[in-house]
Design a protein around this ligand. Sequence first.
Ligand code: HEM
Length: 511
Amino acid sequence: MSSTWLLSIATILAATLLYNIFKRISSPSLPLPPGPRPWPILGNLPHMGSAPHHSLAALARKHGPLLHLRLGFADVIVVASASVAEQFLKVHDANFSSRPLNVAAKSMIYTYQDLVFAPYGQQWRLRRKISSVHMFSGKALDDYRHLRQEEAARLISNIARSGSKAAVNLGQFLSLCITNALARIMIGRRVFNDENDGFDPKANEFKDMVVELMVLTGVFNISDFIPALERLDLQGVAGKIKKLQKKLDAFVTNIVEEHKDSKSEKHQDLLSTLLALKDAPGEDADKLNDVEIKALLLNMFAAGTDTSSSTTEWAIAELIKNPDIRVKLQQELDSVVGRDRLVTEADLAHLPYLEAVVKETLRLHPPTPLSLPRTTSESCEILGYHIPKGATLLVNVWAIARDPNEWNNPLEFKPERFLPGGEKACVDVKGNDFEIIPFGAGRRICVGLSLGIRVVQLLTATLAHAFDFDLENGLNPEKLNMDEAFGITLQRAVPLSVHPRPRLSPHVYSS
Ligand code: HEM
């Protein structure tokens, strides 16, 4: 064993001992929330398992909906019921509005100069305000509506063309479509080509890059909880982080430089607006610098693409598995839209059953099942327990949305529960009804919520309206595998591979 190893282990043992002594001396009078007994040094890291939202849901069933874990030296609070989530994300929201340190995010996304991982404060507020105004306001969403519709139309004709020859991997097509739609809003052009049989292999590389980014920033990295171990890189993530950081930086630097070079052409997109704001007269404190602009672009590409495409893929899988629900949705679409054109965003307000289908999909398949972690600025008391300063907060939105105390037959896909007369007729996903919070809640709620909902609704409606889907190899829809892949994001274990059968007038498919 090398002397570095011996020194590190000795340091950790000494630090653990001192930490425990200090904790005991400075213990507050209130107890910590209950939880499983931690292992020496690693604490409860071994309890996290390969699908942490499942393991944490099982722990909550045993110890209750408010749990305390110790991951390395860090206190972690896990929430698994609507009423407890409301305490943290509404009553005490201001105290839980920062993000914990994250070694992977720090290296890959320009040392927290972004929006997603930025500490709560002035810089976060400015980045959030700028993106809310220029990308997600009602006006900005309406201004870019035609771009999303054009990309949806291309998706349909690409699927029709490819599907006439072989089964199509729906997730791949959705990912390409959503990335191009977002790219046109953010940088004024598509980033992937769909000329060649409707699919650009580079789009797969991009999807892999985004999923890897989410995995590496979401993984329970020992170095985040025991900083002394960072140099040893026990999980072997440092190499992957370095490699991915280079690819991500090349991707956004290229985009920004190219945009600056073509300044003379009149662009109408978020990046042009950010660059123009930067060069406009006024206080530097009110502007984003080049690095912040790159970080923001990365955030939007990463947070906006895989979340929306995996939700739409789950929605279509549920419609295939539940043919009665698909027929009901198609009847609604045919009566509002007809069979002679595609769905538009203006139609969405007249499609209540579609809205219920998308809510039910987000309930059972939230793309970030543990939301994004928060951290406490000050210690506080919640429900009679001591919550230590600097503790990491994980909200198990997946478990909350399947809680049998909140939902009748929680595992059943039943959009009717959100319709008039249903058990949750007035419940929405926008952060006010804590039994379903796929976008989080409070100050740090998803900034792209309105765009995400529009994109998932538009694409689910467009696909269900334009096609009936048969499963590859004649598989019976009842047998469709609905397992989740292991990991921190909610991917399907088996990608959805389908044969599309067009159901609208033929001219609709030739965009
Ligand atoms: C189905 C779609 C989506 C889901 C379910 C989703 C979910 C989430 C969740 C759970 C959070 C953490 C909220 C919290 O801490 O309470 C989040 C944050 C965020 N999301 Fe989304 N998201 C979606 C789509 C999008 C889109 C389309 C964009 C942008 C293009 C986006 C950008 C962001 C950003 C920038 C943050 C960080 C906000 C902050 O820290 O202030 N998301 N999202």
